[in-house]
Design a protein around this ligand. Sequence first.
Ligand code: SAH
Ligand code: SF4
Length: 348
Amino acid sequence: MSDQKQNILILSLKEIKEFLAEKGEKAFRAKQIYEWLWKKPVKSFDEMTNISKDLRTLLKESFTIQSVQVHDLQTSSDKTIKLVFRLFDGALVEGVLIPTENRATACISSQVGCNLGCEFCATGKLGLRRNLNIGEIYHQVVEIMKLAHQKYNLSLTNIVLMGMGEPLLNYENVKKAMEMVSSDDGLSMSPQRITLSTVGIPRMIRKLADDEVKFHLAVSLHSANDKKRNEFMPVNRRNSLNDLRDALVYFNQKTGQRITFEYLLMDGINDSLKDAKEFAEYCKSFPVKINIIEYNSTRDKRFQRSKGESFNEFVTFLKSRNLVVNVRRSRGQDIDAACGQLAGEKKK
Ligand code: SAH
Ligand code: SF4
């Protein structure tokens, strides 16, 4: 029965007004309801205390608020907290709170699973079940924000779309949810604090540029060699590195933003000096920042973390080419919490 009800979070303020007018309710209530939904934000109509009981009943009969429930929560020795969110249909996705001394970052999911099948990624093994809707994306941020306050007395400073799924293949919902996160009608966070991580889909990167989005773009490159990238990132077979570069040039020219490249160093796969040279060459077309990521082992044992010596050589080479390189040590290893490899384990 509840399937008949519409998710109120997909309505604009104007549409809520229209609904109220149809039912003979006062228009100013729409703004109040909208604030409860996005600014407070509540997960049930009963929490809307300045709305009359009758109107709340009417809302309940017509709508649901599709958000997320915290289903499970694990805290790592380094204070990273992994959350499993349960969605209205029972599907599970994961998020992470990553606190540092003066920052708190929320890593959130955009899809249940992913159909791009990167060989090294646990989410890729799940296939795609469905896209998350606006409320499901937004409320992951809200829950992680609450947790940062409660546990560490920290305000949420950053959001990364690096959990399960490919955000550019659920673009409209991701965009709307992030618009509300940065809107004064919502959480008022600066869009510059939001990073969208993508496997690199050229046509969607051009769309991002055309839409003049204000958030940062991180591209999971992991290899600058088509033959190699084709092997462990099948998406590359349809979208070559040249196409990707052209789209990134376009993005950079249109937005003025530099590109962040994520590069996962995997033993014997993409961590040789030749790989580093190809990567440095690929970085020449636009200003870049590089994040070297440590690999977190999954069940697929073909992929292992790069060993100390190759790891250091790779990083040193890039630095010698005057590239901006950050090494992102894996957080929350004891709880499998690193973004991107979240998944699967709960579904056994
Ligand atoms: N689909 C998007 C965002 C989700 S994946 C993307 O691919 O960018 C987020 C990041 O986690 C990506 O850089 C991905 O390559 C990385 N990742 C996947 N599996 C990982 C693992 N086992 N260890 C560390 N990072 C991993
Ligand atoms: Fe999907 Fe990103 Fe995992 Fe690739 S790395 S399978 S794009 S979630």
